[in-house]
Structures are given as structure tokens and as C-alpha cells.
Write a protein that binds this ligand. Structure first.
Ligand SMILES: [Zn+2]
Length: 149
């Protein structure tokens, strides 16, 4: 059950610090678990730089257990709704069902949102949520530390 899941937020010596509400972290975990072995993906929207909600988008990659590709019309719809509500794209999130919460070479190469964070939820360790955030700028990866609020 969700309430029994231990939320482990990894923090090392990172330059950028971000805050994520625990309710939002729980939504990410629930979505990741619903993937049943496949990666899930979506957006985290913010207002004035504060992350406030998630926009799940179907993953149409094949196979979907090792990578993700947002379903284009749902992706466009989500961006449209965010614009209408004066929200920004805070992060692109996706899950790693069986690997650590580190970006793959494909994740790095295909990341197209320089203004947003890349958030990865790992289900690699049973019952423990590992969530990490990265800035990916021109194939360079910078990890940000996450504070659960
Ligand atoms: Zn990935």
C-alpha cells in the first residue's frame, strides 16, 4: 500500500535544489506502479516555479519497458492545458521499472526540454521509491537535489 512505501529522496552534493510536495511525489509513485513493468511518463506543471500537478501521458514506445515516447496528441493536449492555465513545464518525468533512477543514453540524447527538469522514478528496489531530478543541457547532465515538502 502506498502509505507504507518508504520515500527515499537521494541527496548528495548538488548545486541545484528543488522542492516537490509529497502529494505530488505520491502521484508519481502511483503512476509508476501502474505501469506494470512498463515505463510511464508525463509532465510536472508549475506555477511561479512551484511544482503543483502532474499530467500523465501514455507511453507508446515499443517495447515500453526500456524506454518511453509520449503519445503525441496527449502530449500536445497536456501542453495546451498548461498554457491555458498559465502553468509552466517544470519537469518531464518517467519511470524506470527495473533500473536505477539515472538517465539512460537514450534519455540524454532525446531530452528536448532544456528549460525543464528530467525527473526519474525508479521501482528497482521493491517497496522503496527512488526519485531523482536532472538538468540535461546539450547532452550534459546535472543532478539536482530534491526536498520533499
Ligand atoms: Zn529513462
Amino acid at each position: 500500500m502506498l502509505a507504507q512505501n518508504k520515500i527515499t529522496v537521494m541527496t548528495h552534493n548538488k548545486t541545484e535544489q528543488i522542492s516537490l510536495p509529497r502529494t505530488l511525489i505520491n502521484q508519481l509513485l502511483t503512476h509508476a506502479q501502474s505501469g506494470n513493468g512498463d515505463e510511464v511518463c508525463g509532465f510536472i506543471a508549475s506555477v511561479s516555479g512551484e511544482p503543483i500537478k502532474t499530467y500523465p501521458v501514455p507511453n507508446i514506445a515499443t517495447p515500453a519497458n526500456k524506454r518511453f515516447e509520449m503519445e503525441p496528441s496527449a502530449q500536445i493536449d497536456a501542453i495546451k492545458i498548461m498554457r491555458e492555465q498559465d502553468e509552466e513545464i517544470f519537469a518531464i518525468y518517467h519511470s524506470h521499472p527495473t533500473s536505477a533512477a539515472a538517465p539512460s543514453q537514450t534519455d540524454i540524447a532525446e531530452f528536448n526540454y532544456p528549460g525543464a527538469l528530467c525527473v526519474i522514478i525508479s521501482l528497482n528496489i521493491q517497496g522503496v521509491l527512488e526519485i531523482r531530478a536532472y538538468r540535461i543541457i546539450k547532452n550534459q547532465v546535472f543532478e539536482a537535489s530534491i526536498e520533499a515538502t
